[in-house]
Write a new protein. Sequence first.
Length: 178
Amino acid sequence: MNASSPAAPAPEPQVSSEIHRKGALKGAQDAQWRVYLARICDGEQTALAALYDESSSLVYSLVLRVLGNVADAEEVTMDVFTQVWKSASGYDTSRGSVTAWLVTVARSRAIDRVRSRTSRSKKETPLAETYDAPASGNSPEQDTEESQRRKRVLQALATLPEEQRELVQLAFYSGMTH
């Protein structure tokens, strides 16, 4: 290259346009899912079916990662959509996307299932072992702090590019590193 000729401008990376495209698709998907939730509030079963068709794989894969059991994951996935049917009016757009809300509901239901397994196994232990065990469980204040922390994390995740968000999710839900 000649020292007197100006350097050619670097080509625009295609990665940023791909991120913008995916972000636009997610925004359109979230808008459609908000419409479904509004229709679910009006009692439209077809809206629940459409939301289920479009989001059940996300919910199921998350629940399966937490539980590690196909039968339990299928049952909890159905519980999540039953809860969506009953509490769609509780969704608040100012608190996050429909995806974040569904993931939070799914994760909470999956954790509830894990806790019920633990509780059931404790009930099946002999009385002498149960009697000597120290009390465990979070206080209401700790539960509130955990809930608020979860919301902040979900909001922070939503600001990350998709690839970074996937990496964080793999590390958090699947225990993967590097």
